[in-house]
Design a protein around this ligand. Structure first.
Ligand code: SF4
Ligand code: SF4
Length: 430
């Protein structure tokens, strides 16, 4: 990586500690990603993005800030990017996916909390994440209890705005969330000094929809019988979607999709024939959490789809583009975002329907339900999901794991047994 020390220093980072992080990431990435065979050429761009994850993009963000733009960091797919972009702001996803930040999070949070929250808070208070340091404001939400209480701690370190997310999906909840988006719009206008107009919002609704359509195109290639891309690579692309410049990301993913669609025609696959196809569902996998994908794909399986926030929840539903006034646009945004089936809602039957639908669409052979420890909403919801899948005859297992690799061997053994069972079922069905 080029020398960005001056830039990091200007962001008030703990350089010594940050050096430790920079030392481990390239090797970690190399072991997981660069060992894959037959990777598409188009993945070179994403290799480059990762090699420059604390460099070039941070430089870009800071150049924008020098020109008066504001950066908003968020932690959840319920924060509407359209509003930030319409005020000429920049949104970046911040969820911490690294074990590196957990001990710092534990300095101010109880240990028995989800690692995603601990890592997110740890990243800020340790001063080792340049994205947190480049943010002018963080945007939290009242999704799970852990997050909403963590914001009260984070606001001692950086300005925060918290959006109140309803926990049910009745008509009045959609109206409430529309009001929340309006309040958020006013906050964004105050921070950026720019008004959001119906014209600017119409444009950014289209732009973010285009990003979603591009990801839909990418995911559609994973429905093919011969898989042109690994699950690991697809996950990486979704993770990068939260950070990258929107237009550049759309161009690069479309270029890659051209290549993948050619591969499908030419019957090129990155997995050998008959590899069990897995739908992964559960808690978000924030960068650099590649653990479950890596374990699955080195134990004899292939991930064909993620029913997760770093997956279909991020891009599946589009916002209605045919509204000319702000009030109707805010309503359309609320409709789209309230369509996300996060486990923080009760009831959340829509998620079960999504899992069964995706299982069929992606021709999956089994479902792996992945949950971070101490994520009560997702862990409790497993019972209903499991019952529904068993009723449909869909094989499912739950794996609860954090970011550390201590349990890797044990998970491998469970995965191998699961894939063996799937293969036996397939043979019996012939
Ligand atoms: S799982 Fe729920 S709370 Fe977590 S990022 Fe996704 S939508 Fe937000
Ligand atoms: S994984 Fe679960 S506990 Fe952790 S932040 Fe998301 S919803 Fe909350």
């Amino acid at each position: 990586m080029a020398d960005y020390r001056e830039l990091w220093e200007s962001l008030d980072m703990d350089l010594e500690k940050h050096d430790e992080l920079c030392q481990v990431l390239p090797e970690f990435y190399g072991d997981i990603y660069m060992t894959q065979e037959k990777r598409p050429e188009g993945m070179n761009y994403f290799n480059f993005v990762i090699s420059e994850i604390h460099g070039l993009r941070i430089k870009e963000l800071n150049e924008h800030r020098k020109n008066g733009k504001k950066v908003f960091g968020s932690f959840c797919v319920f924060v509407p990017d359209e509003v930030i972009l319409a005020a000429d702001g920049i949104g970046v996803g911040l969820c911490g996916g690294s074990e590196f930040w957990v001990p710092d999070g534990e300095k101010v949070l109880p240990r028995n909390m989800c690692p995603l929250i601990k890592a997110s808070v740890g990243a800020k208070i340790s001063g080792t994440c340049p994205y947190f340091q480049s943010a002018d404001m963080l945007v939290g939400e009242t999704t799970c209890d852990g997050k909403k209480k963590a914001w009260e701690i984070l606001e001692d370190y950086i300005p925060m705005h918290v959006m109140d997310l309803p926990q049910m999906k009745r008509e009045k909840d959609k109206e409430n969330f529309k009001d929340e988006i309006k309040i958020f719009k006013e906050k964004v206008e105050e921070v950026t000094g720019n008004k959001v107009s119906a014209e600017s919002l119409k444009e950014t609704i289209k732009l973010v929809n285009n990003k979603r359509k591009t990801l839909q195109r990418l995911y559609n290639t994973r429905k093919a019988e011969n898989l042109p891309i690994s699950g690991k690579d697809a996950l990486l692309i979704t993770q990068v979607a939260f950070y990258d410049d929107t237009n550049r990301f759309i161009d690069k993913v479309n270029e890659l999709c051209d290549e993948l669609e050619n591969r499908i025609e030419e019957k090129v696959s990155v997995f050998k024939e008959g590899t069990p196809r897995i739908l992964l569902t559960g808690t978000p996998m924030a960068i650099p959490n590649w653990k479950m994908h890596h374990l699955i794909e080195t134990s004899g399986g292939a991930v064909v789809c993620e029913e997760a926030c770093t997956g279909t929840k991020y891009f599946e539903r589009l916002v209605d583009e045919d509204n000319e006034d702000l009030d109707s646009q805010l309503r359309a945004l609320s409709e789209r975002y309230m369509g996300i089936n996060c486990a923080c809602f009760s009831p959340n039957d829509g998620r079960i329907d999504d899992i069964i639908r995706l299982y069929k669409e992606y021709n999956a052979d089994g479902v792996i339900y992945n949950s971070l420890p101490f994520c009560h909403t997702y862990a409790i919801e497993y019972k209903k999901v499991k019952d529904a899948l068993e009723k449909e005859g869909i094989p499912v297992i739950m794996i609860e794991t954090d970011y550390s690799l201590q349990d890797a061997g044990q998970i491998n053994t469970r995965l191998e047994a699961f894939f063996e069972m799937i293969n036996m079922n397939k043979e019996l069905a012939i």
